[in-house]
Design a protein around this ligand. Structure first.
Ligand code: SAM
Length: 325
């Protein structure tokens, strides 16, 4: 369907939990405990019914996210049910990879198309410090398992922050030369009261691109499959690609194709928008009510986010885990 600015909106980022098995420093405060009560989280049946509503108004792609989606019990079966919905062509997954080695094959058999793994450092000690608990070897085993299970193109999402991992941009870029891995650098965004974001930590995308080394553009069918806003390049001769996602330096709003559904059933039309429309009660409403509510909420999608203002005025009130990052 089209929104009021003429953009085709057909991509749903579906959060299936707001809980996570990591506490990345820019994402979740160390002592954060205000997760949604379990009885507020959409059940599998409610989730499927709501996604059927999105499919009915023209959505074709679902990305399962969170929180960490692989901590949700029965996630494999839920993904299988989502992939079977009429009109949904693709179900993808964003994960931190920690539980992926165990689940990759089952997820593939259930109907998952591909995965993005978030990974902010290639150094074990630093990885543990950024995530406040994670083991790099677990995340890396998840990436290898995704390649083995044919869940590609496998993308590695790297949020770059000064003083955290900006000195690893070159190493991440080098990873794509010999292996079919697609690294996507993401600008740090002022999300949630983590106390992490600051102008000093923010590394503008042109600087990240310079550090990634000599690059050539990748366009058309040479781009790895995906529905995201990355500008794609590659190291000459590399098997994988590099993507650059700059929410702040180079806003991608004019090409935005997505909305988010929180784990409690709120439709959030913009990453940085106001509180969402509550769709949960509509899972059981009479035919057409849910679809009308989705159309109305997408119709109210703002033209652009206000992230740049937030750099000086304070972070967005919500964290990624609360809206489906
Ligand atoms: N747990 C899954 C994962 O790790 O991919 C999915 C949820 S996580 C919230 C989704 C993405 O949001 C991750 O790539 C994470 O790095 C990113 N993210 C969280 N907070 C962010 C911030 N302040 N700025 C930029 N990206 C952020």
């Amino acid at each position: 369907m089209r929104d009021s600015f003429g953009r085709t909106i057909d991509y749903l980022r579906l959060s299936v939990t707001d809980r996570c098995n990591l506490r990345c420093r820019y994402c979740l405060p160390a002592d954060f405990n205000a997760f949604s009560p379990r009885n507020r989280i959409l059940s599998d049946d409610e989730t499927v019914r709501l996604v059927e509503g999105f499919a009915a108004v023209g959505f074709t792609t679902v990305r399962v996210t969170g929180g960490e989606p692989l901590v949700r019990p029965g996630i494999e079966a839920l993904i299988g049910r989502l992939a079977a919905i009429d009109g949904i062509d693709e179900v993808a997954l964003s994960t931190n990879g920690i539980l992926l080695a165990k689940k990759a094959k089952t997820l593939k058999s259930a109907g998952l198309s591909r995965v993005n793994v978030s990974l902010d450092s290639l150094r074990p000690e630093r990885f543990a410090a950024v995530t406040r608990s994670g083991k790099l070897s677990d995340a890396w085993a998840g990436i290898e398992a995704a390649l083995d299970a044919d869940l590609g193109p496998v993308k590695i999402n790297v949020v770059v922050a000064r003083g955290l991992n900006d000195d690893e941009v070159e190493e991440f870029a080098a990873l794509t030369v010999a292996r079919p891995l697609h690294v996507r650098f993401i600008e740090l965004m002022p999300m949630g009261e983590t106390g992490f974001f600051s102008k000093e930590r923010w590394v503008p995308m042109p600087e990240i691109e310079r550090r990634a080394g000599p690059l050539e553009p990748v366009t058309g069918s040479a781009r790895p499959a995906g529905r995201g806003p990355a500008r794609v390049s590659r190291r000459p001769g590399a098997r994988g690609t590099l993507g650059f996602i700059s929410a702040l330096s180079c806003s991608f709003c004019s090409d935005c194709n997505r909305v988010r559904l929180s784990a409690t059933g709120k439709l959030v039309a913009c990453l940085d928008g106001e509180d969402g429309t509550d769709l949960r009660a509509m899972a059981d409403a009479e035919a057409g009510t849910l679809e009308d509510a989705i159309r109305a909420a997408v119709g109210r999608k703002p033209e652009s986010h206000r992230m740049l203002e937030r750099v000086s005025q304070g972070a967005s009130p919500r964290m990624m885990c609360q809206i489906g990052g």
